[in-house]
Design a protein around this ligand. Structure first.
Ligand SMILES: *Cc1c(COP(=O)(O)O)cnc(C)c1O
Length: 359
């Protein structure tokens, strides 16, 4: 079977050049005589791999020296707990904006472990927009404001950082490396790698150094950012192969011209798909136009029967994982960096053909 166009929300398509380079180096990593998966995380080769991965990520995102980059395990979901455990003492408050499933889970953990306050939500319209907040919506004295920058399931994005006096914490799992951001605007960024940075298993945390060391002594060692920061993510065995792949993905994006160029391509991909949806009499979008994501694009047909037919026929054509999340229905095209323009054009051509046949 040939490679399909994979529109999976995560784990998702990886750049073909990265897969090929990993294949080339799979059995014998140059100079090591063994696979990356077989080497010690304390070896010279792996030290080079993790140092390069971090340097590549720092260079791509222009991460200032005053931030630590951590490579952790446990997924973005573990960060839902690590963030409050590290940034809030007993009795302190944090604000959260609820824009969907992942925000809801972050809020749940915050409320379970500390005190998390929901200051805005778009649940009233099935999370189809980003609520606008002002400083007056924030809780006085709140330690941080948490929001999910890109809502993978609903296809909405915060294109600006909400205004608050609190620290800014964001879940960037499905938008990191898709466009340029100014890291200085955030105090802590976290992201699971499996959407846009590499394979599942590694979670990136980018945190202002001054926020380290605030966790109280009851926080488990492995759940304390300080533990990992002090040891450059080598306190225990890190997800070695994932870090290697993340380094290759960053290298590929650097070779493409960096995030400015990557963003230009991603905007063009998203525009092609949104224009097709907007010009169609059959397909429609589900998200308020100004809040539309460039990485996760949900769209629906008028009936369940048509949705099912589209998904089945698309699958036959080599368009994989196009079925929408059950909370939105219809279809969702996740067009991360690993899906080139050619893949989006293939999808759009199929949509037009489907519309002609079904109008
Ligand atoms: C996928 C996703 C998560 C969950 O990530 P895990 O790594 O599976 O824990 C959290 N937040 C967002 C925005 C996601 O897209």
């Amino acid at each position: 079977m040939a490679r399909v166009w994979n529109f999976s929300a995560g784990p998702s398509a990886l750049p073909i050049n990265v897969l090929k380079k990993a294949q080339e180096q799979m059995v014998e990593y140059p100079g090591a005589g063994m696979s990356v998966m077989e080497m010690s995380h304390r070896s010279k080769s792996f030290t080079e791999i993790i140092t390069t991965a971090e340097a590549n990520l720092r260079s791509l995102m222009n991460i200032p020296d005053s931030y630590k980059v951590l490579f952790l395990q446990g997924g973005a979901s573990s960060q839902f707990a690590m963030v409050p455990l590290n940034l809030l003492a007993e009795g302190e408050t944090a604000d959260y904006i609820n824009t969907g499933r992942w925000s809801t889970m972050a809020i749940k953990e915050g409320q379970k472990l500390r005190y998390a306050q929901v200051i805005a939500s778009s649940e009233d319209e099935n999370f189809s927009y980003i609520p606008k907040i002002t400083k007056s919506d924030c809780t006085p004295g709140a330690k941080y404001l948490h929001f999910t920058e890109n809502n993978t399931i609903y296809g909405t994005t915060f294109y600006s950082v909400p205004e608050t006096d609190a620290r800014i914490v964001t879940d960037m799992s499905s938008s990191i490396l898709s466009r340029e951001v100014d890291v200085n605007q955030y105090d802590l960024i976290y992201a699971g790698a499996q959407k846009n940075m590499g394979p599942a298993g590694v979670t990136v945390v980018i945190v202002r150094e001054e926020l380290l060391g605030m966790a109280d002594s009851s926080v488990p060692t492995m759940f304390n950012y300080q533990t990992h920061a002090e040891k450059d993510s080598l306190f225990n065995t890190p997800p070695t192969f994932g870090i290697y792949m993340l380094g290759l993905v960053c290298e590929e994006l650097m070779n493409m011209g960096g995030l400015a160029e990557v963003e230009r391509i991603n905007r063009a991909k998203a525009e092609l798909l949104y224009n097709t949806i907007d010009e169609s009499d059959l397909f429609s979008g589900t998200v308020r136009v100004e809040d539309r994501s460039i990485t996760n694009i949900p769209f629906v047909l008028p009936t369940d029967e048509l949705n099912a037919a589209f998904i089945a026929e698309a699958t036959d054509r080599g368009i994989a994982n196009i079925k929408g999340h059950r909370s939105v229905g219809g279809m969702r095209a996740s067009i991360y960096n690993g899906v080139p323009m050619e893949g989006v054009a293939f999808l759009v051509d199929f949509m037009k053909e489907f519309e002609k046949k079904n109008k």
